[in-house]
Design a protein around this ligand. Structure first.
Ligand code: ISL
Ligand code: CA
Length: 557
């Protein structure tokens, strides 16, 4: 039975989107030395685990999630020596390093694929998923890819189609091939031997495929050309992850986080149940779907608080251990999506910090959220960089949607919202780089930047520091049980953390006005632990009045 070490339970993860974090050599692209320069900044914030998005050799069709060589560093980010130095310096400061493991697919420029496509009978032929065309020459099934279009691409050399759940330049690996699996495990050992402390496993719920592919049911859904849902959590998923645990993970002291799209709570628990010896935690997606609509993700829809609360609660209750995140490099900015990025930007960003930090599980902070960075108002599709944005816009054009409306919808959800450069100061390019950055800096950088937040003791950054500090030092918050309260309230998410006979009450208001809340622990009294308003009284009364977007935590009794 695997046991979660205390460093994992006390871990606070900070996600670094490398190309947008800090540019040390002024070519407009963030890099490894840029991270080294900011290690003290991260340590001061209080986080203790850094997750880096992929920095490996890649043609960058999908910003590095298309890897051409797992053991080489893309020169635009630096060298292997830089990486070694980063690991060493991070460790000196007590910071752990987690790498992105992208093994559902490789780049089509990976040596394995280049060999695989040459013939049906070489050593690598079976490393990917190849199928014959239908009799009329068309694709084997109607499955669609996540970025649009068919999930099958024809390869003239083999006269066969290969499967790609993402872009056609990202062919899916065949996990049923034992030799391929061994090669992946070797790669993992290579990185753990270098001293990294864990893996964030990209799209891991997709690695095991059905034995026979058959057409997916055609459902009324404008999000995709057809369905690819059927392909998650295939028949051998848990077998392979347990094998990975036995062969690699169990031999080192690692933290593992699996990204699991299209996975429900019951299935999710299989990944993280310690007795099954698979992973430490997963990124679930249910709460990322609260504002999906007619056009799927890219719909002009706002979330309902009751949905968000319900989804979070299901996972809090259902999983042995959670990952608590509201945003990442694939999502819009959390303050724009779940808070109010205008009038109450600071207050709502702080309240969301409390929600992330005080639920049960490992908190994940996405770079820039600690200063309340916001979505971008892209003026045209050409200002965006993400292939998913382009493909979606194109699909909307085909559906006859007006340019204006299509832009509004893509704007609202594009992954580029979270990918603009980190705003360090009010100087040129927000202090990210002296050169023009690969994607434009959010024009609000003079208002929203790290330097400003560091100077102000009431800033979002300072609030994150306090919340992180509490989360790391308080046993109830680290390991206490969780229970939702006030499940029907129209404006708040509130819950209790409990350990022994000690309780912490957490209340997060999503209202843009003052509201009243009845303390469920009437008469018991209590003491304020944290609030994002100075007006919060130190004692716990029977009736609580919350300011707009106020977050509060009390020790009860
Ligand atoms: O389509 C989705 C669910 O509706 C997405 O959640 C998708 O499956 C998920 O975002 C996978 O993301 C990861 O793999 C992608 C990469 O582009 C993302 O950046 C990465 O986080 C392909 O490697
Ligand atoms: Ca650079």
């Amino acid at each position: 039975m695997m046991r979660m070490n205390s460093w994992k339970k006390e871990g606070i993860v900070y996600e670094i989107y490398v190309q947008s974090f800090n540019d040390s050599n002024n070519d407009g692209i963030g890099d490894i030395r840029g991270i080294i320069q900011k290690l003290d900044y991260l340590k001061d914030l209080g986080v203790n685990i850094l997750w880096l998005t992929p920095i490996f050799e890649s043609p960058l069709v999908d910003n590095g999630y298309d890897i051409a060589d797992y053991r080489k560093i893309n020169p635009q980010y630096g060298t292997m020596d830089d990486v070694d130095e980063m690991i060493e310096k991070a460790h000196e400061k007590g910071l752990k390093i987690v790498m992105d493991l992208v093994v559902n697919h490789t780049s089509d420029k990976h040596e394995w694929f280049e060999k695989s496509k040459q013939s049906r009978d070489n050593e690598y032929s079976d490393y990917y998923i190849w199928r014959d065309p239908k009799e009329d020459g068309s694709a084997p099934t109607n499955h669609g890819s996540a970025f649009g279009g068919s999930a099958w691409e024809y390869c003239p050399e083999r006269k066969q189609y290969y499967l790609h759940l993402f872009a056609k330049e990202q062919p899916d690996l065949n996990w049923d091939n034992e030799q391929m699996r061994k090669a992946i495990y070797d790669t993992m050992r290579f990185w753990t031997e270098k001293g990294i402390d864990g893996f964030r496993m990209d799209s891991i719920s997709f690695i095991s495929k059905p034995k026979e592919f058959s057409d997916a049911p055609v459902v009324e859904n404008k999000e995709y050309g057809a369905y690819y849902y059927g392909i998650s959590n295939g028949r051998n998923i848990h077998k392979y992850l347990h094998e990975m645990y036995e062969q690699v993970l169990s031999k080192y002291d690692l933290i593992t986080i699996g990204e699991t799209p299209h996975t429900d709570v019951e299935e999710g628990e299989k990944y993280v149940d310690p007795s099954r010896e698979e992973l430490d935690m997963v990124f679930q997606f249910e709460h990322m779907h609260v504002d999906y609509g007619e056009y799927g993700r890219y719909s002009d829809v706002s979330f309902k608080l009751s949905d968000l609360r319900h989804d979070l609660d299901q996972w809090q209750k259902g999983l042995s251990w959670n990952s608590n995140y509201l945003g990442n490099h694939d999502q819009p900015r959390i303050v724009s999506r779940f808070g109010d990025d205008r009038k109450y930007r600071e207050k709502s960003a702080e309240m969301l910090a409390m929600l992330i930090m005080f639920q049960r599980g490992t908190p994940f902070i996405y770079q820039g959220d600690e200063i309340g960075m916001t979505n971008v108002d892209f003026k045209s599709i050409n200002e965006m960089r993400d292939l998913e944005a382009y493909n979606t816009y194109e699909r909307f054009m085909k559906l006859g949607i007006s340019k204006e409306r299509a832009l509004t919808m893509v704007n609202r959800k594009t992954r580029d919202n979270g990918r603009t450069p980190m705003q360090w100061n009010s100087k040129q390019n927000a202090g990210f780089s002296n050169a023009e950055s690969w994607i434009e800096v959010n024009p609000n950088y003079k208002e929203i930047n790290v330097e400003k937040d560091l100077e102000n003791k009431d800033s979002i950054y300072r609030f994150y520091q306090k919340a992180i500090d509490l989360r790391k030092s308080n046993e109830i918050l680290i390991d206490g049980a969780y229970a939702l309260i006030a499940a029907d309230d129209s404006d708040i998410i509130a819950f209790v953390r409990e350990s022994g006979n000690q309780k912490i009450l957490v209340i997060c208001s999503f209202a843009d006005k003052k509201i009243k809340f009845n303390n469920p622990f009437k008469g018991k009294g209590g003491k304020l632990l944290l609030s994002n308003y100075e007006t919060a009284k130190p004692e716990l009364n029977d009736v609580i009045y919350l300011q707009p977007y106020e977050g509060r935590a009390y020790i009860v009794g």
